[in-house]
Design a binder for this molecule. Structure first.
Ligand SMILES: [Mg+2]
Length: 181
């Protein structure tokens, strides 16, 4: 079973901190959550994140949207906004439900894998049933001798973690069709 994911995060060359996570499983399940414990002050000072990632975070529905304070980067009452500890539990269960042969897939996934694994602490703390590595769409692309521009392009929602995870599924499936020929 393949499980595709994408994380948005703040990294400074030393630490990688979760902003949001999106996961899509080949059994049809999807998961999206935003870390309410994200380092908001430092994110606010990060121009690229403010321009590319923050606009895709939940802003609430209906009245919530109208009344959301301008200083908030996301709506704290949105049901997708959760403490990091809750996200860790839910992500663990989401991955385990894919079965013992689950493969994790991401795009340029090295940082994503570390940020994912650190949901549970140290490397040695990785829960049973969570793979110890992530397969990379870029490695598969290179192995097949393709350029990035040869692949299906993402049409909407780039840098929204769930939209990116869905696109990873699209690209991986496209690559798999080429492999089988
Ligand atoms: Mg992304």
């Amino acid at each position: 079973m393949n499980l595709y994911y994408d994380l948005e995060f703040l990294e400074n060359g030393r630490t990688i901190e979760l902003i949001s996570i999106g996961m899509v499983c080949d059994d049809g399940r999807e998961y999206y959550a935003v870390n309410r414990d994200m380092p908001v002050r430092r994110i606010r000072k990060h121009k690229w994140l403010m321009e590319n990632v923050v606009p895709g975070l939940p802003k609430g529905h209906g009245d919530q949207r109208i009344h959301m304070p301008k200083r908030w980067l996301f709506h704290y009452a949105d049901h997708r906004v959760k403490p990091r500890k809750v996200i860790a539990d839910e992500v663990m269960n989401f991955i385990r439900a894919a079965g013992s042969d689950v493969e994790l897939w991401a795009n340029y996934g090295a940082y994503d894998h570390v940020c994912l694994a650190q949901l549970w602490g140290r490397m040695i703390d990785l829960p049973e049933g969570v793979p110890m590595f992530t397969r990379d769409i870029q490695q598969e692309r290179a192995r097949l001798g393709l350029a990035w521009n040869d692949l299906p392009q993402q049409e909407t929602g780039e840098h929204n973690a769930l939209a990116d995870a869905r696109h990873n599924q699209t690209v991986r499936r496209w690559l798999a069709e080429r492999t089988q020929k």
